[in-house]
Ligand binder design. Structure first.
Ligand code: MTE
Length: 317
């Protein structure tokens, strides 16, 4: 099923050359606008904190393949969901500052012929890093457009050679409560875990991100390695991964364990199926005042609809 769509991968490097945002950066710098742009984000108390980083990183006029302008570095790094640090989106950046991301290893095992533990530096040298601009749609009905750097999960999975009985992939976040105070909360079954069907994991869109805006990914965005599954609600895109396991059975996920009715395993973006607490028909793009209609599969239907042929999507929150 995956192969059907292999011929039309979305590589943002083909759509938006990196220098498109670099030239914008030069322009902004020349006009003295970079730090001004950072200050315009009135809703982020952490602006002062992130401004330091935002200053050295370009604002961007690059767009995704639908023409949506990417969010600023400042926006992407100061408004985050990361319950290991805080349930307050604006508190994540300051609380995760200095989080230990090296040394870091990722264990890839389970139903594979060649299980292996990779250092993040191995992953960076083994797999060519691509730039991909993806829409990120949170189930809370806000969204961003993010220029990630990383490599396809498929390339890593092929290297460990999945066995024929492997049907799912399970991902696990690091468990380090001494650094991640949120992991002391008894309300969540830590560590955070997520899962995909193997064919979803092998789809070319499914990315392991190591960077953002051409910079090393910051802790608040899931450093040093996080998943990005752009046609699913953001909670599937698990951060700070230490374990990837191929399984025969469907893995549990943190959010599905917390509330089965609210957070399904598939969690494909679908404007016609409302979350019990939020309509999913439209979304607020961070940085914009008005709402925009939400697209089926977050606009990636051409690449992924075939994965769900024959399934009743209205039952697949
Ligand atoms: N991964 C972990 N380990 N912990 C989390 O709380 N939040 C998820 C996802 N990955 C989360 C996580 C949710 S709900 C969203 S919307 C995205 O991360 C947000 O990613 P961002 O902060 O980089 O925009």
């Amino acid at each position: 099923m995956t192969n059907l769509f292999k011929s039309i991968p979305i590589r943002s490097s083909e759509i938006t050359p990196k220098d498109a945002y670099l030239s914008r950066r030069d322009f902004m710098k020349a006009a003295g606008l970079v730090s001004g742009a950072a200050l315009l984000n009135a809703c982020a108390p952490s602006a002062a904190n992130a401004a330091e980083d935002a200053e050295s990183v370009p604002a961007s006029s690059a767009t995704d393949e639908l023409g949506n302008i990417v969010n600023t570095y400042q926006e992407i790094t100061s408004y985050n969901n990361y319950y290991e640090f805080s349930t307050n989106k604006e508190a994540v950046a300051p609380l995760s500052k200095g989080f230990t991301t090296a040394p870091w290893t990722v264990e890839v095992g389970g139903l594979v012929h060649k299980p292996k533990t990779f250092g993040v530096e191995d992953l960076l040298s083994l797999f060519p890093q691509e730039e991909r601009i993806y829409r990120l749609r949170c189930v809370e009905a806000w969204s961003m457009v993010i220029p990630w750097n990383g490599f396809s999960l498929a390339s890593l999975l092929k290297m460990v050679e999945p066995k024929s009985d492997a049907k799912y992939v399970r991902f696990e976040t690091v468990f380090r409560p001494e650094e991640m105070k949120g992991q002391g909360s008894p309300f969540y079954p830590w560590p955070y875990q997520e899962g995909l069907r193997l064919d979803e994991a092998m789809n070319d869109l499914t990315l392991l991100a190591t960077g953002m805006y051409g910079e090393t990914i910051l802790p608040q965005n899931g450093a040093p390695l996080r998943l990005v599954v752009p046609w699913k609600y953001g909670f599937k895109s698990i951060k700070s991964i230490v374990k990837i396991e191929l399984t025969a059975d469907r893995p549990n996920t943190l959010w599905n364990t917390v509330s089965t009715k609210e957070y399904g395993f598939y969690a494909n973006v679908n404007p016609e199926v409302d979350h019990p607490r939020w309509s999913q028909a439209s979304e607020r793009r961070i940085g914009d005042l008005s709402r925009v209609p939400t697209l089926m599969f977050n606009g990636y239907g051409e690449q992924v609809a075939g994965l769900y042929e024959g399934m009743d999507l209205s039952l697949q929150f």
